[in-house]
Ligand binder design. Structure first.
Ligand SMILES: CC(C)(COP(=O)(O)OP(=O)(O)OC[C@H]1O[C@@H](n2cnc3c(N)ncnc32)[C@H](O)[C@@H]1OP(=O)(O)O)[C@@H](O)C(=O)NCCC(=O)NCCS
Length: 155
């Protein structure tokens, strides 16, 4: 677990995106402006619901483009992916997919057998493309319709 929490740059893609894997101490200054812009300002998630104790124990991914942090996501200790946010100006360029694939690989390396997430209904297709399947009925979280999804990592 400690290895996965260390700070080191990952790989660079043709889109000139570098993924950093960080703990919250190192990630928060980069992640907070992105999550504030995407969830609090754009999606009107109450600030009190955006920040929780799981940030401190999660593995965070930050996507950097030309030195600017443009996207973030996390994997909690319970194996739940969340807070997946790409700045509006950088969407539909594969950055969300890069982060999701990275977190799936990290979860595999850490020995998780299943990854869960709560998908906003509009984003269900995004997660389905990466093998996640929906479970149960939709529900409201922070006033936004969600559905539970899971991905089995068992071979
Ligand atoms: C959802 C989100 C993270 C996707 O990130 P992204 O970088 O735009 O996604 P990608 O470019 O990697 O998209 C990958 C694929 O998913 C599809 N996709 C992206 N967003 C989608 C959405 N909201 N609904 C359905 N499909 C979507 C794309 O069309 C693309 O398909 P393709 O490979 O066939 O072209 C991004 O739109 C976002 O930050 N939205 C606002 C915050 C949010 O809703 N987060 C999700 C919380 S559950």
């Amino acid at each position: 677990m400690l290895d996965a929490m260390t700070t080191h740059p990952k790989h660079t893609t043709p889109a000139n995106i570098e993924l950093k894997q960080l703990n919250w101490l190192d990630a928060h200054a980069l992640a907070k402006p992105i999550r504030t812009s995407v969830f609090i300002q754009e999606q009107h998630v109450p600030e009190s619901e955006e920040w929780d104790d799981e940030d401190e124990t999660s593995i965070h991914i930050i996507a950097m483009k030309n030195g600017e942090a443009v996207a973030t996501a996390r994997l909690t200790q319970k194996g739940k992916i969340g807070r997946m946010a790409v700045l509006k100006t950088h969407r539909k360029h594969g950055i969300g997919s890069m982060m999701l694939v990275e977190l799936i690989n990290i979860a595999k390396q850490l020995g998780y057998q299943v990854i869960t997430l709560w998908s906003q209904i509009h984003a269900q297709g995004f997660y389905t493309k990466h093998g996640f399947t929906a479970q149960g009925d939709d529900f409201l979280d922070a006033g936004i319709p969600h559905i539970k999804m899971r991905l089995s990592l068992q071979r």
